[in-house]
Design a protein around this ligand. Structure first.
Ligand code: NAG
Ligand code: NAG
Ligand code: NAG
Length: 522
């Protein structure tokens, strides 16, 4: 290419780029105050997708940034609420009676984020028109929705799992509790009578939690957004333009969704794997018989685990006739074996994407389970704490693998599970079938995010998508008022008919009586 042509090309690219910026780039504020890393990973993926699409994205989060190379600008909000309180609350979140405590702690985290000096400065220095869109990572933090009210721009929510009742209520998404299992109830579709009773009860529990959450949120809202300058919280809640849910119907349950509930399940997973480090790539490419990938997550170190259990894992794994990539600190090696390659860190997502990976031995963390499902790799889980046991229960129930109990772990139990998942093709078939369904979509999760955010921006909040259900109360939604009204009419008419009948009968009798008397006289 001649220098002149090259210059022209550069100029052309420059012009196109500026035009793109001028016409398509929106100023977007991402507000992700949830103190959970697994939540942030999902919301951050949404924000990064938008930044990569050319938007000017600023993210406020209450943890360290989880995507260091992200194109958004990240501002960390240190919390006053202590980590150990949060950790204790989150650990208890699988036990229903501890949930009120979670709701309360989350409210104080919402308050920490809004009262943080950096957010206060943002609110004081910037006003209407300074942002074109606010995206809030939803986790019982309704008070923070008011950021969109402050900037007078549309509000989008990002949510980590399938929609729960609180999420449904913002956009009038139906709960359909006769056949849609509630997240707290943990029932399976189709539900029989007993399941439906359990589901109904869990819906009651969730409604109570939602009420409690709203009570705490109203306090946080009233403190941060005084009523002389801001509308009531209920008005703010009803102004959600669209919700992204990190779920896909192929995961079940099957349910109807309103048009502004958009599924982006798997947004946090790379669509194309990055190239593997050459030594790892060589092992994977050359082991046609298959490779096992073993990782107990990013937080677990040898020193956290019982030495005896590690020895059990090593003894089983070193005898397997496969190469094993084991993510483990090289300073804490349980032993040496020529089939095991230990690494301090391994690119998990890219490894699971390799066709020669035959099995994933995992702690059952949500991120790991989803990546394994996405890439169609069967699992053996050794769940340790938090949501890991229940994640593995779901994996077992779906037939994607087996779980072994850590506390009673033995060479026999671990080996049996590994042999079963390696040798019985049903696990691989089940997870690969799911993987194909999960990935078969008209647009990838990233394309979906970009399209719908642009859609909301183009149509100034896209209020035409809003279901009228948002502005109706529970009685109206169940048509109880109409049923009551019609019953009242039927009742009134029945009463009238009965009265009239009685009247006619009585008159009839009166008319008849004299006849009888006449007859008697005759
Ligand atoms: C991005 O948006 C922020 C907030 O409105 C603004 O301060 C900043 O100048 C913008 N950056 C660019 C490159 O437009
Ligand atoms: C509701 O959303 C619109 C844009 O969709 C915005 O202009 C307006 O300020 C918002 N109102 C409230 C009360 O949040
Ligand atoms: C929110 O935080 C501020 C500042 O720390 C505190 O004064 C206020 O009482 C808190 N409000 C609520 C509802 O927690």
């Amino acid at each position: 290419m001649s220098p002149l042509r090259f210059c022209c090309l550069l100029l052309f690219i420059g012009v196109v780029a500026t035009r793109f910026d001028l016409t398509n780039s929106a100023r977007i504020l991402g507000f992700f105050p949830s103190p959970s890393k697994s939540h942030l990973i999902i919301h951050a993926a949404v924000a990064d997708t938008l930044a990569q699409a050319g938007h000017n994205v600023t993210v406020y989060g209450s943890l360290k940034n989880v995507i260091p190379k992200a194109k958004y600008k990240y501002i960390e909000l240190e919390r006053k609420t202590q980590d150990n309180l949060i950790a204790a609350a989150m650990a208890g979140s699988s036990t229903p009676y501890k949930l009120p405590n979670v709701v309360k702690i989350i409210a104080s985290v919402s308050n920490d984020s809004l009262t943080h000096p950096r957010v206060q400065r943002l609110l004081q220095e910037h006003g209407p028109g300074d942002f074109d869109l606010v995206i809030v990572g939803y986790f019982m933090n309704d008070a923070t929705f008011a950021l969109a009210t402050h900037f007078q721009c549309p509000l989008i929510l990002s949510f980590m799992i399938q929609p729960v009742m609180a999420v449904n209520s913002f956009i009038g998404n139906p709960n359909e509790l006769a056949y849609t299992p509630n997240v707290l109830g943990n029932q399976k579709q189709p539900m029989n009578f007993v399941s439906r009773v359990k589901n109904f009860i869990s819906v009651g529990m969730e409604m109570a939690l939602v009420e409690l959450g709203q009570y705490f949120q109203r306090k946080v809202y009233d403190y941060n957004f005084p009523s002389d300058r801001y509308p009531p919280l209920d008005e703010v809640r009803k102004n959600v333009s669209l919700i992204f849910t990190n779920h896909h119907f192929s995961q079940g349950p099957i349910r109807p969704n309103v048009p502004n509930l958009i599924e982006i399940g798997g947004i946090q997973i790379k669509e194309k794997p990055d190239p593997l480090p050459t030594d790892i790539a060589k092992v994977l490419d050359e082991s046609k018989e298959g490779v096992i990938y073993f990782s107990l997550g990013s937080n677990i170190k040898g020193s956290h685990l019982n030495e005896e259990k590690i020895k059990i894992m090593f003894n089983v794994i070193s005898k397997l006739p496969y190469k094993v990539l084991w993510k483990w600190s090289p300073t804490e090696l349980p032993g040496e074996s020529k089939n095991i390659i230990f690494r301090d860190w391994l690119p998990q997502d890219d490894i699971l994407a390799h066709p020669n990976v035959k099995l994933f031995i995992t702690h059952g963390g949500m991120g790991s389970v989803v990546e394994s499902q996405y890439h169609g790799v069967p699992m053996v889980g050794i769940p340790l704490f938090g949501d890991q046991p229940s994640n593995m229960v779901n994996v077992e129930r779906s037939g994607y693998g087996l779980a072994v109990d850590y506390l009673t772990l033995s060479e026999e139990s671990l080996n049996n599970a590994i042999q079963d998942v390696l040798n019985n093709p049903k696990y691989k078939e089940a997870v690969q079938t799911f993987s194909r369904l999960y990935r078969d979509r008209p647009m990838t999760p990233r394309e979906t995010v970009v399209y719908w955010v642009d859609y909301v921006l183009r149509h100034k909040g896209a209020k035409h998508m809003q279901s009228p259900a948002v502005h109706m109360n529970r009685w109206q939604l169940l048509s109880l008022d109409v049923i009551g009204f019609l019953l009242a009419i039927v009742l009134t008419i029945s009463v009238v008919i009965v009265k009239v009948c009685k009247l006619i009968c009585c008159r009839g009798r009166k008319n008849k009586l004299p006849k009888v008397e006449k007859a008697k006289k005759n």
